[in-house]
Design a protein around this ligand. Structure first.
Ligand SMILES: CC(C)(COP(=O)(O)OP(=O)(O)OC[C@H]1O[C@@H](n2cnc3c(N)ncnc32)[C@H](O)[C@@H]1OP(=O)(O)O)[C@@H](O)C(=O)NCCC(=O)NCCSC(=O)c1ccccc1N
Length: 544
């Protein structure tokens, strides 16, 4: 396909990388990047680039990748709670200063022959080009102006976060809560330069208001930093700052916006990176998604004979990958939003809970990269010496551990599917007093374990425990996402009631069920062969 003129709106990582890749693929085309800011006014601290992303970048453009690695900083990661620490190796993951990443990408774009127009803001209608790549970020003006054409939607999270920097390099990335008179703040902080770290700090709305940050946010101009918040947080996280300062760079409290677009294309304009989709910062993947979009767009254009086909291929290839990561990010956000509730878990177990929170890294897989922490976490879970924890067959080992609740001891964490009818009473009959079966069988049909609907469910189930039920058997659809959400509800029930929690799911989810037991999201689990999930479950759900 012949492209003579390509315009890119936005000079962030996605825009610059796309421009270079397209210019290399179409050396005769004029490729221009329009960026409203200038390199000096660049905004942001550090970003993360994980191992898989590095491999993708290496394959797409080894020269750029080499410079990114050279400018990056690999680091381990620690969870720090109440003076206890759990440390994990992050593999090849690096932190890199965003301005530095942009400088690398700017240099390579220029070297390829891209024209960079800084300080120039363009709108779609003002550009005459064969292809317009819209990479103007999370607040994309283009997406906003053509919201209907792109089918754009934004979901705004309830919690608040801010990005700050610190004038020293942490030894490792850290995750740490800090409790003040107003509530709990949590930092995700990581080093990205020899003398710099990012401190991303989050909190819930009640704490934010109690600390008076609703007022300081209102009083902070868009191009300024909330200095009151920075001073307060510097104090709250003094232990981790080690005498250093928090630095602002247009630092203010924000609510995370998950952006989705039903269509990424409008004529010859195509959305890319944060302009098209966002994923919660706790999976550190915004830059990854934008740069991988760029690779996919280049590949789609290279493989197609006309632009509409290329753009359709780009979208159909990328959308499932983006949506998968957005779903991981959604689960990760929910986990972090509720983080202060689980800080009483021993820190090694908390680290296992963190690693397995989205279902993306299982216990056995994590043991492959971090055997010591897994051994310690599992030893704490089973109440034994770490030397007695096996290195292989961890999932089966976890499921075979005994468990005691009240006056009853089970010789393993796994219930047999045949016990389902003997031990539990289905939904319509649980309004009556407990029968000889003492678990209420509850179909869980939620997406969000923290929604008002979930609050009502948990409250109702709490009342059942008060009425004499031993606990709950959580059941529902077979798909994996539903099993993970059952485990989330199980965790709430375990902390908010004294009831026993059993979670079932298909045998293919054994890893998730085992991780759920270790992370205190279920007491017992029941892996079911598919045939055991009778249509009764769905019928029960409807009746309930
Ligand atoms: C974040 C995410 C989804 C990124 O996946 P990627 O495919 O881009 O790259 P990757 O190289 O990390 O993963 C490739 C495959 O390896 C797996 N993997 C990841 N970490 C471990 C580990 N420690 N031990 C064993 N396996 C690991 C990961 O699940 C992925 O598997 P696959 O998707 O099945 O291929 C993946 O690394 C993950 O699920 N990690 C779990 C831990 C996590 O969430 N880390 C976030 C670190 S960034 C961060 O914390 C942060 C960054 C900026 C601002 C605030 C922040 N909090």
């Amino acid at each position: 396909m012949r492209l003579d003129n390509i315009a890119v709106l936005g000079g962030g990582p996605g825009g610059l990388y796309t421009a270079r890749l397209l210019k290399l693929a179409h050396p005769d085309a004029v490729v221009r990047v329009y960026e409203q800011g200038t390199p000096e006014t660049t905004f942001g601290f550090g970003v993360a680039v994980a191992g898989r992303t590095q491999r993708n970048l290496e394959e797409a453009d080894p020269a750029t990748q080499a410079d990114i690695i050279a400018a990056g900083r690999p680091h381990d990661m620690r969870m720090l709670v109440d003076g206890q620490a759990a440390r994990v190796h992050n593999g090849p993951l690096i932190g890199i200063a965003r301005p530095e990443l942009l400088a690398v990408l700017d240099r390579h774009a220029r070297a390829a022959g891209v024209e960079l127009c800084y300080g120039e803001r363009r709108r779609l209608g003002e550009i005459d080009a064969d292809l317009i790549v819209v990479a103007d970020g999370v607040s994309s003006q283009t997406r906003t102006e053509h919201a209907e054409d792109f089918g754009a939607e934004a979901e705004i999270a309830g919690g608040l976060y801010l990005w700050a920097g610190a004038d020293f390099a942490l030894e490792t990335a850290i995750f740490a809560p800090a409790t003040t008179a107003h509530g709990t703040f949590v930092t995700h902080a990581y080093p990205y330069a020899p003398d710099r770290s990012t401190f991303l700090i989050e909190t819930d709305e009640a704490t934010w208001r109690a600390a008076g940050f609703d007022a300081t946010t209102d009083a902070t101009a868009p191009d300024e930093s909330d200095t009151t918040a920075l001073a307060y947080l510097q104090d709250a996280f003094a232990e981790h700052l080690d005498g250093h300062h928090l630095i602002g760079n247009r630092t203010r409290w924000l609510r995370f916006r998950t952006v989705n677009c039903r269509r990424w294309t409008r004529g010859n304009a195509v959305l890319l990176g944060d302009a098209a989709h966002t994923a919660h910062y706790s999976v550190g993947s915004g830059t990854k998604l934008a740069m991988e979009d760029a690779i996919a767009l280049r590949d789609a254009i290279t493989g197609a004979t006309d632009l509409p086909t290329a753009l359709a291929v780009y979208e159909s290839t990328r959308r499932p990958q983006v949506e998968r990561l957005q779903e991981l990010a959604r689960r990760s956000r929910l986990w972090w939003d509720s983080f202060p509730r689980r800080t009483n878990l021993p820190v090694d177990q908390l680290m296992l809970a963190y690693m397995t929170r989205t279902g993306n890294v299982g216990l056995q897989r994590f043991a492959g990269t971090n055997p010591d922490i897994v051994r310690r976490g599992l030893a704490g879970f089973a109440g034994i010496d770490p030397s007695h924890v096996p290195t292989e067959g961890i999932v089966e080992w976890v499921l075979a551990q005994p468990f005691t609740h009240g006056d009853h001891t089970w010789d393993s964490r796994t219930l047999n599917p045949a016990e389902r009818d003997r031990l539990s009473t289905p939904a319509p009959d649980i309004a009556a007093a407990p029968t000889s079966a003492d678990l209420a069988r509850i179909p869980v049909m939620l997406d969000d374990p923290w929604s008002p609907e979930a609050d009502t469910l948990v409250k109702g189930l709490h009342d059942l425990v008060l009425a004499g039920w031993r606990g709950f058997w959580l059941t529902g659809p077979l798909d994996r996402g539903c099993v993970l959400t059952r485990l989330d509800v199980g965790e709430r029930l375990r902390t908010e009631t004294s009831g026993l929690v059993v979670v079932d799911g298909p045998a293919s989810c054994r890893d998730d069920l085992a991780a759920g037991v270790v992370a205190a999201r279920a007491d017992l689990v029941c892996p079911l062969p598919p045939t055991e999930m009778s249509s009764n479950t769905l019928e029960e759900a409807h009746r309930a």
